[in-house]
Design a protein around this ligand. Structure first.
Ligand code: KG4
Ligand code: ZN
Length: 351
């Protein structure tokens, strides 16, 4: 079984070809960083236009690099949501065209499920597993019970953690995208210089909150005498990274208790999404996993950030179960993995 996967829900145009046993035959990612950098964040209209100019070429490139032709495909998967709707429509429409012309099944994939299932492609992880899903648009803790089966234990009640990294980088003038820039600056900084809050730490439940931390970074920055030095910036970046990771860890700790009680035979903790590329977070999660006799599994960095392989793989998983989508499938800006979970009042599409 060979599946082509297309991703266009945010600022990466991506296409990949993956086999039923998780072999990645090709994986091309075109980042729009340069287009968005002058604005310090992703501009939806610019993103959508850039996807339009690249997606068809990238799909062809992925098929060629895989050494196959479109006729060899057994299915075509595309992100159908959640995300910036203009971009999602581009990938989904391209996949529909390929599906119609090649007469192969279409699989509309939930972008978050793509992140969530990646470890089954890379490490063959068995269901159920505990997942910390942290990206620019989402911060959630879920039990992945099966393909299309998720139990959400916690979510952000305001901002996503990747968003907090990006906004902190923007305030400090560290560049875009913010996560890697904050992580790099943190290496030169004193993480104990600024006393920042650990939102929700010690509170019951597993929900996150990051908007207060973001505001605290702004107040700390404003309290510094001008000109703000590179050392000041590095110290604030490091203090922010420490606070954000500690806040995340405290919530995962709560989730581990629930997971161990409700799934006594399961033993794997997974972290996925763009923020999973952060080494400080990985380090702390490793400690936590050791303490609770869990195995920590993290996809390689290139498969943590948005890519087509994760979408192709989610397509493979659904296709193996005979689950395909109709050609009139609608794109969705909001698409929660666990529709039964309580909506988080201020999180909007991030929940
Ligand atoms: O999963 P992703 O590529 O796109 C979304 O679906 O949102 O995640 C992108 C997010 C951005 O907020 C970016 O700043 C963050 O992941 N990120 C990081 C790191 N690399 C990417 N955050 C912290 N440390 C990193 N090394
Ligand atoms: Zn993502």
């Amino acid at each position: 079984m060979i599946v082509l996967g297309l991703e266009s829900s945010c600022d990466e145009t991506a296409a990949a070809v993956v086999t039923a046993d998780g072999k990645i035959l090709s994986n091309v990612v075109l980042s729009q960083i340069e287009e968005h950098a002058p604005f310090g964040g992703v501009v939806p209209e610019i993103a959508a236009r850039a996807h339009v100019t690249q997606m068809d070429k990238l799909a062809r490139q992925a098929v060629e690099e895989a050494g196959i032709s479109f006729q060899d495909l057994d299915g075509v998967a595309a992100t159908a949501g959640p995300g910036l709707i203009g971009g999602v429509l581009v990938g989904l429409m391209t996949a529909k065209s390929i599906s119609a012309v090649c007469d192969i099944p279409l699989i509309g994939v939930n972008h978050l499920e793509g992140h969530a299932l990646t470890v089954r492609m890379t490490d063959n992880v068995a269901f159920p597993y505990l997942l910390l899903l942290v990206s620019g648009g989402h911060s959630q803790i879920l039990v992945v019970e099966g393909v299309g089966q998720f139990r959400r234990l916690g979510t952000t009640i305001d901002d996503a953690v990747g968003e907090a990294f990006d906004k902190t980088a923007k305030m400090l003038g560290l560049g875009f995208p913010g996560g890697p820039a904050v992580e790099k600056a943190s290496k030169e900084g004193n993480a104990d210089r600024f006393d920042l809050p650990r939102p929700m730490k010690g509170k019951p439940g597993c929900d996150f909150s990051f908007s207060g931390l973001k505001t605290a970074v702004r107040h700390s920055l404003e309290s510094l005498p001008e000109p703000v030095s590179d050392q000041d910036k590095a110290d604030l970046a490091a203090s922010f990274q420490k606070a954000a990771t500690e806040a995340l860890i405290s919530r995962v700790q709560q989730a581990v208790k629930i997971f161990k009680a409700d799934y006594p035979d399961a033993d794997t903790l997974v972290v996925a999404g763009g923020v999973a590329a952060n080494q400080a977070l990985r380090h702390k999660l490793n400690e936590l996993a050791d303490k609770h006799q869990l195995k920590l599994t993290v996809p390689p960095p290139a498969l943590c950030t948005d890519n087509g392989a994760m979408i192709a793989w989610a397509g493979v998983e659904h296709l193996k179960l005979g689950q395909t989508s109709p050609l009139d499938l609608a794109a969705r800006a909001r698409w929660p993995l666990d529709p039964d979970a309580e909506p988080a009042p201020f999180a909007g599409h991030k929940a």
